[in-house]
Design a protein. Structure first.
Length: 301
C-alpha cells in the first residue's frame, strides 16, 4: 500500500515538472548557450529541452568560429519538438542571423508558445560578435511581441535602444523604461535589465513591468557578489547565459510573472555550488498526449 502511494506521489510530482526549451547556440566549453541553460533548468527542477540555433567554436578565451545550421533544419527541430512535448516555457538565446531570428519567431507564433524569455545575446564577453546587425531589427519586430520577459545586459540595451550603454543606475532606470516601450503596451510584459557591467562596486538589476520598477536586493559590493553569488569557472563569457534561464520557474511557469529575480539567482548559484549532479525528475519529458489524457481523467469541479 505504501509502495503504491509512493509511486502515485512520484507520478504526481513528475506531472508538475515544467518542460522548458532553450533555443540558442552551443558553446563547447559549457559556459553559455544551450548547455548552460540546461544546467540552470535542471538546478531549478525543470525538465530541459534544447533546439540548436547556432554552433560555435570557442573556449575560455574567445570565439574562433560560428556555424549557423540551415533554417529548414531549425524549423524541423522546433516543429518536431513542439508537436510532441508539452513545452511550458521557452528561453531564447543566441540566434546569430536575421534568417534564424525570423524562423524562430515564425515557429513560436505558429505553436503559440507561452512564457517566452528572450535573452538578446549579441556579444560574447571576449568581445566577439554573436548577432548580425541585420538581425537586431528583426528581433525587435518579430520576437519582442512574443516575449513576456526580455533580459538584456547594459551593452545589449545600448544596441537595442541605439544609444550608448547605461553607465549609472539612473541611466539604467531610463533605459528600462525605454526598453519596455518596445514591448506590447496592452499586455503583461517585463524587462529585466542586468547591471553587471556597471562601473564601480554597485551591482544592480532592474525589473520593470511598465508600472513598477523593482530593484531586486543584492550584495552591495561587487567582490562579495563574485565570491558568494557568481560562479567563477575557467570559462570567461558574457554574464552567464544561465542568468536568463533562471528566470524560468521550476514547478510552475506562472510564478515567473512575480518578482523572484533575486531568489532565482540565489537558488541557481546556490544549488550549483552544492554541485548537484543528479536529475531527480523523469527520464523523458511529459508529452502533449499525456497532458490531454490527464485533462480527460481529471474529475469535473
Amino acid at each position: 500500500m505504501r509502495s503504491s502511494a509512493s509511486s502515485a506521489a512520484a507520478t504526481s510530482s513528475a506531472s508538475r515538472i515544467s518542460n522548458v526549451v532553450s533555443i540558442a547556440g552551443v558553446d563547447p566549453s559549457g559556459g553559455a548557450g544551450v548547455l548552460a541553460d540546461l544546467k540552470a533548468f535542471s538546478a531549478l527542477g525543470a525538465y530541459g529541452c534544447g533546439v540548436i540555433a547556432a554552433l560555435t567554436a570557442q573556449n575560455t578565451q574567445g570565439v574562433t568560429g560560428v556555424h549557423v545550421p540551415p533554417t529548414d533544419f531549425l524549423r524541423l527541430q522546433i516543429d518536431t519538438l513542439f508537436a510532441d512535448v508539452a513545452i511550458h516555457a521557452t528561453k531564447i538565446g543566441m540566434l546569430g542571423s536575421a534568417e534564424v531570428t525570423a524562423t524562430v519567431a515564425d515557429r513560436l507564433a505558429h505553436w503559440r508558445a507561452a512564457n517566452v524569455v528572450l535573452d538578446p545575446v549579441m556579444v560574447a564577453k571576449s568581445g566577439d560578435s554573436l548577432l548580425a546587425k541585420s538581425a537586431i531589427a528583426m528581433m525587435r519586430e518579430a520576437l519582442f511581441p512574443q516575449a513576456f520577459l526580455i533580459t538584456p545586459n547594459l551593452p545589449e540595451a545600448g544596441v537595442l535602444l541605439e544609444q550608448r550603454a547605461p553607465e549609472t543606475v539612473k541611466e539604467m532606470y531610463r533605459a528600462a523604461e525605454r526598453l519596455r516601450e518596445l514591448l506590447p503596451v496592452s499586455s503583461e510584459r517585463r524587462v529585466l535589465l542586468k547591471g553587471g557591467h556597471l562601473p564601480g562596486n554597485d551591482l544592480v538589476d532592474l525589473l520593470f513591468d511598465g508600472d513598477r520598477m523593482v530593484e531586486p536586493p543584492a550584495r552591495a559590493h561587487r567582490d562579495q557578489e563574485h565570491a558568494r553569488h557568481r560562479l567563477q569557472p575557467l570559462v570567461r563569457h558574457r554574464r552567464p547565459a544561465a542568468a536568463a534561464g533562471r528566470r524560468v520557474p521550476a514547478g510552475g511557469v506562472g510564478r515567473a510573472r512575480g518578482t523572484p529575480v533575486a531568489a532565482g539567482r540565489h537558488r541557481t548559484f546556490g544549488r550549483a555550488r552544492r554541485r548537484q549532479r543528479t536529475w531527480p525528475g523523469p527520464s523523458l519529458p511529459r508529452t502533449l498526449a499525456q497532458e490531454r489524457s490527464s485533462e480527460l481523467k481529471r474529475p469535473p469541479r
